[in-house]
Ligand binder design. Structure first.
Ligand SMILES: [Fe+2]
Length: 211
């Protein structure tokens, strides 16, 4: 960590890392080529094997991670967005979509995924699963999900999106009413909730985590 702000494309981040800069370059090349998802899954699997390198690249987490987490955008253009995301424990973040393919790789902790489908009768929850340290999972263009971290540990993951995540029009769902509305960072922050027992039970009946 050099402490300087680096500029990747038109984004600025405090993460100064040769490792992650190289990963961004690989994602950019893969995103515009054939079999983009397959290639990004493969290079993300390679990246998160290097847990020590990622820990050094991203630095220590603060003790008080905000409920909505900490998002560091390493790069974004019309083809690909690369983010490092920290998710605090015991917070249920709100359901939302991306309108583009996403690939998630966890390098510390466990990221629990709740999935939903937007049925004619409203938003309906499906079976969820967890992404353990060292695992990669891809989400389809229409996926609606909500993430949380299994306490007491925060989760850290690299998220790659095949498009411009910050500028696309997408949706968020109110956590109590499940009513759909336009996505905004302000709504995402306001709609974080304590991870109650109902959510935890849904998240626990999942495939065994693979370390
Ligand atoms: Fe998401």
């Amino acid at each position: 960590m050099g402490g300087e702000l680096l500029r990747y494309g038109d984004r600025v981040t405090s993460i100064d890392s040769t490792l992650l800069a190289g990963f961004v370059d690989e994602c950019r090349a893969a995103a515009t080529g054939d079999d983009a998802v397959v290639r990004i899954v493969a290079i993300l699997e390679q990246l998160i094997v290097d847990r020590d390198g990622l820990a050094e690249a991203t630095g220590p987490l603060p003790d008080d991670i905000p409920a909505m987490g900490i998002d560091e955008t390493l790069f974004e253009d019309e083809h690909v967005t690369v983010m490092v995301i920290a998710t605090p424990p015991d917070i249920a973040q709100p359901p939302h979509d991306h309108r583009m393919t996403a690939v998630i790789g966890v390098f510390d902790g466990q990221e629990d995924q709740r999935f939903f489908v937007n049925a004619p009768s409203g938003l309906r929850e499906l079976t969820g699963r967890s992404i353990a340290t060292g695992e990669v999972m891809s989400l389809g263009r229409k996926t609606i999900h909500a993430i949380s971290a299994t306490g007491p540990q925060a989760c850290r993951a690299v998220h790659v999106y095949l498009g411009p995540l910050a500028t696309v029009e997408r949706s968020i769902f109110h956590p109590d009413t499940l009513v759909e509305e336009p996505f905004s960072v302000e709504a995402y922050e306001a709609y974080c909730r304590p991870l109650n027992n109902t959510v935890r039970l849904r998240s626990v009946g999942l495939p065994e985590a693979r370390a």
